[in-house]
Structure formats: C-alpha cells, structure tokens
Design a protein around this ligand. Structure first.
Ligand code: GDP
Ligand code: MG
Length: 162
C-alpha cells in the first residue's frame, strides 16, 4: 500500500489541473465551470522515485445541500483517508470564507498540509502567494498548475510530509 496524498480546496482553484500536472498526463477532468469533479478519484503517482496514491476531490463549498453536500462530504472523506494534503487556493482571488472553513477542517484532521498558491502564472503573482501566509498553514508554494511553474518545489514538500 502506498501513502495517500489528497488534493483539496474549493471549486475551480485548479485541483484537477494540478493533479494532471503531477501525473504528467491529462487524466483528471478540468473544466472552466466549477463542480465538475464529483467524487474522489485516485491515481497511482510517483515523484522523485517515491510512489504514492494521488487523490483528486470535487469542489468544496461549505453549508451546501443536495449533490454539493455529497461532494463536500467526499472531500472530507479524502482528508480522513490521506497521509498528507495539498490544500489549493486561487492566489489571484485570495482567501475566501470557504477557504477559511476548509482550514478549520484541516486543523481538526491534524494531517500535514502543504499550501499551494495556485494560478501564479508569472513573477507578478508572487505577492498574491505571499498573502496566503495569513492562513497560518506555513509557507505558501507559488504554483502555476497550468504552466508547471513551481510544482517541483510543491511536490518535494508534499513528499516530505508523506
Ligand atoms: P478544480 O475545480 O479545482 O479541479 O479546477 P480545474 O483544474 O478544473 O481548473 C479550473 C479552471 O482554472 C480551468 O479553467 C483551468 O484551466 C484554470 N486553471 C487551473 N490552474 C491554473 C493556473 O495555474 N493558472 C491559470 N491561469 N488558470 C488555471
Ligand atoms: Mg476538479
């Protein structure tokens, strides 16, 4: 059995794009509209010779009903089953209420968390990433899942936490 690394965060922050980047192929479904990944989806992955199970999760909104509630529940299940978590935030948007709620859940779960400040497509976005120190989750790793910028450092940290 390989250790489990779960990718969580609210809808549309780029979780599935990051998963594809880590896998090196387009397997997780990426959409312009939120809420496309409905359930937990697991993929065999490796980084720096270390093998692990990478879990993509659906969009996570708190206090939602119906199908959305089920999706959020799956994300919570993913955290409970994970050995470490990559928490993805859209650095161009900054911290939202939902992000803050997810941080609370992560704290409660007590799993190691690596903070991904995504959508930092160029040097101009570095300041946005630095703002995410305010989440209290340690160093925000500036990443462009879309272009591959910064994903190496993020993965090194995540592997270290597994
Ligand atoms: P998810 O809902 O969190 O899984 O987000 P997706 O991976 O489906 O991506 C949502 C949207 O954000 C898509 O249009 C992606 O192309 C876009 N996106 C993801 N990562 C980046 C990034 O690093 N930079 C930019 N500019 N867009 C991104
Ligand atoms: Mg997705």
């Amino acid at each position: 059995v390989f250790p489990v690394l779960a990718v969580v965060g609210r809808p549309n922050v780029g979780k599935s794009t990051l998963v594809n980047r880590i896998l090196g192929r387009r397997e997780a479904v990426v959409e312009d509209k939120p809420g496309v990944t409905r359930d937990r989806v697991s993929y065999p992955a490796d980084w720096s010779g270390k093998r692990f199970t990478l879990v993509d999760t659906g969009g996570w909104e708190v206090d939602v009903a119906g199908i959305e509630a089920r999706v959020a529940q799956q994300a919570e299940v993913a955290i409970s089953l994970a050995d470490a978590v990559i928490f993805v935030v859209d650095a161009t948007v900054g911290v939202t209420e939902t992000d803050t709620q997810v941080v609370k859940l992560l704290r409660k779960a007590g799993k190691p968390v690596v903070l991904c400040a995504n959508k930092v497509d160029g040097p101009a976005g570095e300041a946005d990433a630095a703002n995410l120190w305010s989440l209290g989750l340690g160093e925000p790793y500036p990443v462009s899942a879309l272009h591959g910028r910064g994903t190496g450092d993020l993965l090194d940290a995540a592997i270290e936490a597994l």
